[in-house]
Design a protein around this ligand. Structure first.
Ligand SMILES: Cc1ncc(COP(=O)(O)O)c(C=O)c1O
Length: 400
């Protein structure tokens, strides 16, 4: 059939997080009070000094820039990486794209093809396996357990590697679990990976969001011997409350950077010039806003996790980083919802939306069945109010 759609999309699912966000927005527009724990973005405005830099950049931003980022932004990425991550890349290794999601897409296009396996520890961010599938490669999902802090062990990694393994995508701190690896835990994984010729993609976009004294360790600092095979992915979306500006970057070998530039040069060209100027200002500007947001997230995390654990049938460990809690909700199975009994995390998430107006994303598309991801990028009073309502609904619920 000449007007058929390309088959490569048959294996790809639409984004579950964006679907829940759209559903919550629809209900809100219809006048329902909705508690929004679905979206993965800070609820703070972009810091004023960043907005000011963008206003000033408008007059100078009429033209194309270098495809993978202005010299100023790439230099700012290097400076911030040295300050925050303790290692210093050269600017020719930095490729700026339209958000880290786009950067990961570029990487998938540049690296993956039919026959390749890409190791992805579960729970995972929803886009990783879909991007791998899009290019005909196979995601090799490796389960982790809540009681192990949702962290991949060296043994599990070793067992998953095969001659077809093209890459591993490691996210620390993780969306959706908040799991994060200590330097020793990362080193143990790196020791295994040093013995296997594959790419190692470390998504460190939540690196600045760690709590209770836990420190993020960049894989590039912990295992520099991974050398040319290592790719770090990062961005301004989460740290600087800049999701809408769409700026992220990869730091790879110079050779891979050239391939990425080729990909991007045939698609978006440069990311928006004003957004690049704003991101550069964010990266080298004052740090107090970043610290303030982190402290607020830390307090909300405690509120969210304690509130969830106060609900009979729900249990949640304290995550080390990011801004998500991933409780087990299997204890709620059997609650009656209309003419159905809850039997999956997806059922529970629809029930709590219906009964309490709580929007949060069920764990299945994150590779975490039996769990729901609650983003705590919402005020403490919203968290308290919603979880009080949820507790009451659970205590009140009719069961099988
Ligand atoms: C783990 C992870 N990586 C990458 C991204 C993409 O971020 P952005 O495209 O906004 O830079 C997200 C956003 O939710 C994420 O959670």
């Amino acid at each position: 059939m000449s007007h058929a759609f390309a088959q490569r999309l048959d294996a790809v699912a639409p984004s579950a997080t964006l679907a829940m966000t759209a559903k919550a927005a629809e209900l809100r527009a219809a006048g329902r009070k909705i508690y929004g724990f679905g979206v993965g973005e800070p609820d703070f405005p972009t810091p004023e000094y960043v907005q000011q830099a963008a206003r000033e950049a408008v007059a100078k931003s009429s033209h194309y820039t270098n495809v993978v980022g202005t010299p100023e932004l790439r230099a700012a990425v290097c400076e911030a990486t040295a300050r925050d991550r303790g290692w210093t890349p050269s600017p020719d290794r930095v490729c700026v794209g339209v958000g880290a999601k786009h950067v990961l897409f570029n990487l998938a296009l540049a690296l993956f093809e039919a026959g390749d396996e890409v190791i992805i520890p579960a729970p995972y961010w929803v886009s990783y396996p879909e991007q791998v599938r899009l290019f005909g490669a196979t995601p090799k999902i490796v389960e982790t357990r809540a009681q192990d802090g949702w962290r991949l062990s060296a043994e599990a990694l070793r067992a998953a590697l095969t001659p077809r393994t093209k890459a591993i995508i490691l996210c620390t701190p993780s969306n959706p679990s908040g799991a994060a690896y200590s330097a020793e835990e990362l080193r143990a994984l790196a020791e295994v990976l040093l013995g296997h010729d594959c790419f190692v993609i470390a998504d460190e976009i939540y690196g600045e969001l760690c709590y209770d004294g836990f420190e993020h360790h960049s894989l590039a600092k912990v295992a520099p011997e991974l050398g040319e095979r290592l790719v770090i992915v990062d961005g301004v979306s989460k740290t600087y409350a800049m999701t809408g500006w769409r700026i992220g970057w990869s730091i790879s070998s110079a050779a891979l950077a050239k391939q990425i530039a080729k990909v991007q040069g045939q698609s978006t060209t440069n990311p928006t010039a004003v957004a690049q100027a704003a991101a550069a200002a964010a990266l080298v500007g004052p740090r107090d806003e970043v610290h303030r947001m982190r402290e607020l997230f830390a307090a909300r995390r405690r509120r969210m996790v304690e509130g969830l654990n106060a609900i009979p049938g729900v249990s949640c460990d304290m995550p080390r980083g990011a801004f998500y809690a991933l409780p087990n909700v299997e204890g709620l199975y059997g609650i009656r919802h209309g003419d159905k009994l809850l039997a999956s995390a997806a059922d529970v998430s629809l029930w709590q939306l219906d009964v309490c107006g709580i929007a949060a994303v069920a764990g299945e598309p994150f590779g975490a069945p039996g769990h729901i991801r609650y983003s705590y990028a919402a005020s403490e009073s919203q968290i308290d109010e919603a979880l009080t309502a949820l507790r009451a609904a659970v205590l009140d619920a009719e069961r099988a």
